[in-house]
Ligand binder design. Structure first.
Ligand SMILES: [Zn+2]
Length: 290
C-alpha cells in the first residue's frame, strides 16, 4: 500500500509556508528498480523528498529537474518531479555504501565538490536553470543555501531516511519551512526553538503516520492545511517514447543494430524499465527515416 503523502500548509499566522513529505515507498521503488545499496538509496530518497516538496511549490503542468554532481562515488543524482506529486530519479552508480558512526554517510556518498542544478519547466518558451556550488554535501544544508541564494527565500530544510538491515528503506522524507515576506523576527525565534525536534526528521516521520501530527508538534494549533496529496514514483516512459529516440539515431547505427545485433534493447535511466525492439521494428524505423 502506498502511504506516501505530502502536506502543504501555512503556519504562524500564515507568515510561514510548510511542506512535509513522506516518500518511503517512492524510495523503495527506486531502490528495487535501480538495485540501490543503502547509502545510494538514502541519497536518492532524500533528493526525491526535496524534489516532491519543490514540485508542490509549482502549479498545473509545471515540472522540475534536480541534478546533483558532488564528484563523489555515487556520481550524478538526477530527479524529476512535478506539481502532481509524481517523482522519478536515478543515480549514476547504484552500488555505493558508506557508513560512519552515525549511520549512513550521505556526504561521502554524494561528495561535496560540485554543483546542484535546478531546472524548472514553467511551460514558458525557455527553461529556468539555477546552479549553486555544493557547500557541504549535506543535502539539507545545501538546499537551505539554494533557497536563500537562488530563490531569496529564507528556509529551514530537514531530511531524513533510515534503511533497515535487509536494505529496505524504513522511512524517508523531509520538511521545508519558508518565511514569507511578512514574517516577523519572532517567527524566526520560534522556528529556531523547534530546530531540535525538526532535526530528528526520520523519527518524526516514523512516529507520526499522520503527518498533521508533525504540524501540531511544531506549531501547536497555529496552522492551516492548504493541500494533502498522495505522492508516487512515476515514470511516463513507453516503448513508443524510446522509438522516437531511436528514430533520431544516425542511419548507420540503426543499420548496425539490425545487421549485427538483430534488434535493440533500450533501458530507461529513470525507472530501469527495459524495452526491446525486434529487427523488424528497427527496419520499420529505418524505412521511415528514408
Ligand atoms: Zn522510465
Amino acid at each position: 500500500m502506498n502511504n506516501d503523502i505530502l502536506i502543504k500548509a501555512l503556519a504562524l499566522g500564515e507568515r510561514v509556508r510548510v511542506y512535509i513529505v513522506r516518500n518511503t515507498e517512492c524510495s523503495n521503488e527506486a531502490r528495487i528498480s535501480h538495485d540501490l545499496w543503502p547509502s545510494a538509496a538514502s541519497v536518492l530518497g532524500k533528493v526525491m523528498a526535496i524534489g516532491l516538496m519543490m514540485g508542490a511549490m509549482l502549479k498545473g503542468d509545471e515540472a522540475l529537474t534536480i541534478k546533483i554532481d558532488g564528484n563523489g562515488p555515487i556520481g550524478t543524482v538526477c530527479v524529476d518531479s512535478n506539481a502532481k506529486g509524481e517523482v522519478r530519479g536515478y543515480t549514476e552508480r547504484s552500488h555505493v555504501n558508506f557508513t560512519n558512526k552515525y549511520g549512513l554517510d550521505d556526504v561521502t556518498t554524494l561528495g561535496y565538490n560540485g554543483y546542484i542544478d535546478v531546472i524548472k519547466d514553467l511551460k514558458l518558451k525557455d527553461l529556468f536553470t539555477s546552479t549553486i556550488p555544493i557547500q557541504t554535501g549535506d543535502l539539507a544544508k545545501d538546499f537551505t543555501y539554494y533557497f536563500s541564494i537562488s530563490e531569496q527565500t529564507p528556509s529551514v530544510v530537514t531530511l531524513g531516511s533510515k534503511v533497515d538491515t535487509d536494505n529496505k528503506v524504513m522511512v524517508c522524507g523531509g520538511i521545508i519551512i519558508q518565511l514569507l515576506p511578512n514574517a516577523q523576527e519572532s517567527d524566526i525565534t520560534y522556528i529556531e526553538s523547534k530546530l531540535d525536534i525538526l532535526s530528528k526528521t526520520s523519527n518524526l516521520l516514523l512516529e507520526n503516520s499522520d503527518l498533521e501530527e508533525i504540524l501540531k508538534l511544531i506549531f501547536d494549533k497555529d496552522y492551516i492545511i492548504l493541500d494533502k496529496m498522495n505522492v508516487k514514483f512515476y515514470c511516463p516512459c513507453s516503448k513508443e517514447h524510446f522509438k522516437e529516440g531511436l528514430a533520431t539515431l544516425p542511419k548507420n547505427d540503426l543499420q548496425e543494430m539490425i545487421d549485427k545485433d538483430g534488434g535493440a534493447e533500450v533501458v530507461c535511466h529513470y525507472c530501469a524499465k527495459r524495452y526491446n525492439y525486434t529487427k523488424e521494428e528497427l527496419e520499420e524505423i529505418l524505412k521511415r527515416r528514408k
